[in-house]
Design a protein. Structure first.
Length: 435
């Protein structure tokens, strides 16, 4: 976790103090459940809650772990220092370390998912606002980076909204996928702990009991979770790349907000660079870095090994913190993005009507010209625009073979810009509904 790319709301989830607090709650709730079925004395379970307001000493736990070489044992030893060794003998009854570690990790991932969903909601709100604002702002659509046919800036925002909305739906599913807990003991057979303990702990933590956990919660759940984060990161990069293109000097259809006092270059005072969206492109790469390791964690030896552990200690915080930061940075970019409608129109007209070539092609075929011949007629006039700087409509009106199939009025009509935007409202209703 790099502070430069972190928000305190997300980093707090991964602080050692937060982790130990969750460990404590798992152990305390488990004691309650054990007492309810008569495995441990009720007064011993109640005694564990004496530590509910304790700020666990992270340095002290680290000191104990330096000797024990075991983090959970170090924590339990420290807990006993607060509640007394007599009562502490019933803590962790019939449990194994993974019961605590895995359940805690999933609690943290659920909390992280909730923050990520909030970030996605901010992005979606920004995209919808800008889509409505520029629903009818015409710009050129591009394929292969080359002018294709007219579209609108509103449709650009709308398609990004639809993509991020799909990502949100996936994240909701991923949150549900990861929201399980396991208190099933060594190798997951419940031999030394009753399944009702797991049910109680999970209910208290807002989780569902893992149907079958061996000694660990199955890692295909985590693979799906991190893969979902990777897809969302790719969508962020998709939007960022479009903004970076639009801010190019030769295009300048939009640009990141440039605040008062901001500097673009240490050498060139005129520069206004797309630094935020370039940063988002890099952050997306960092998020996707976790996907393959999460996939590889699915394969563990028998009922458990710890080859996944070191991976998750890194990708859990790093990936969620980075994506959380990226979502809010993207939202800010969209909210403040400066749009230049006049430049969009100028860019579209740069090749003097060339983007209307398909309409002319279709009109010729409808007038009885074969598609192959129609294509040749249109292309030979289009090439004059590319190569000689001619005006497309003027060239068509001067082409006797074209005029033999289409009247001058019919050719003129094919250059009506409104033709390309007539179904914008239909698309908007598909994306946003009727509101």
């Amino acid at each position: 976790m790099i502070p430069r790319y972190s928000r305190p709301e997300m980093t707090a989830i991964w602080e050692p103090a937060t982790k130990f607090k969750i460990w404590y709650e798992i152990e305390a709730h488990a004691c309650d459940a054990q007492a309810a079925i008569g495995v441990i004395p009720k007064e011993s379970a109640a005694a564990v809650w004496k530590a509910k307001d304790v700020e666990f000493d992270v340095a002290r736990i680290d000191e104990i772990e330096a000797v024990t070489k075991h983090d959970v044992i170090a924590f339990l030893t420290h807990l006993a220092e607060h509640i007394g060794s007599t009562e502490a003998r019933f803590v962790h009854q019939g449990m194994t370390s993974s019961d605590v570690l895995d359940t805690t990790f999933n609690v943290q991932l659920v909390r992280a998912a909730d923050l990520l969903l909030s970030g996605m909601d901010r992005v979606l709100t920004a995209l919808k606002t800008r889509a409505v604002e520029h629903k009818d702002t015409v710009r050129i659509g591009r394929s292969h980076g080359i002018h294709a046919e007219p579209t609108t800036m509103g449709l650009t925002f709308a398609r990004f909204y639809a993509e991020m909305d799909r990502g949100r739906t996936r994240l909701v599913a991923a949150r549900e996928e990861i929201a399980t807990g396991a208190i099933s003991g060594a190798v997951g057979t419940f031999a030394n702990i009753d399944p009702s303990v797991e049910e109680h702990v999970c209910e208290q933590l807002g989780l569902s009991p893992e149907p079958i956990s061996t000694q660990v919660i199955p890692r295909d759940r985590h693979a799906m979770f991190f893969a979902t984060l990777g897809v969302i990161a790719s969508s962020i990069e998709n939007i960022a790349t479009e903004v970076r293109h639009m801010q190019r000097t030769e295009v300048l259809e939009a640009e990141e907000f440039f605040s008062k006092g901001q500097k673009g270059s240490s050498a060139m005072p005129h520069k206004r660079n797309p630094v935020l969206t370039e940063n988002l492109t890099g952050l997306a790469r960092l998020v996707r870095m976790s996907v393959v390791p999460a996939m590889e964690n699915v394969t563990l030896w028998h009922e458990r090994d710890i080859s996944h552990s070191s991976v998750e200690r890194a990708i859990g915080p790093d990936t969620t913190v980075t994506l959380d930061f990226a979502l809010h940075r993207l939202a800010g970019v969209i909210e403040k993005l400066v749009i230049y409608p006049d430049n969009m129109l100028a860019n579209m007209n740069k090749f003097r009507g060339l983007v209307m070539s398909q309409r002319v092609l279709l009109a010729l075929t409808q007038a009885g010209v074969s598609r192959e011949d129609a294509y040749k007629l249109v292309q030979r006039n289009a090439m004059k625009v590319w190569e000689q700087g001619k005006d497309f409509k003027t060239e068509l009106l001067g082409d006797d073979e074209v005029l033999a199939a289409l009247s001058a009025e019919e050719i003129e009509e094919k250059f009506d810009l409104g033709y390309h935007t007539k179904h914008v409202e239909t698309i908007f209703k598909r994306v946003f509904g009727d509101n």
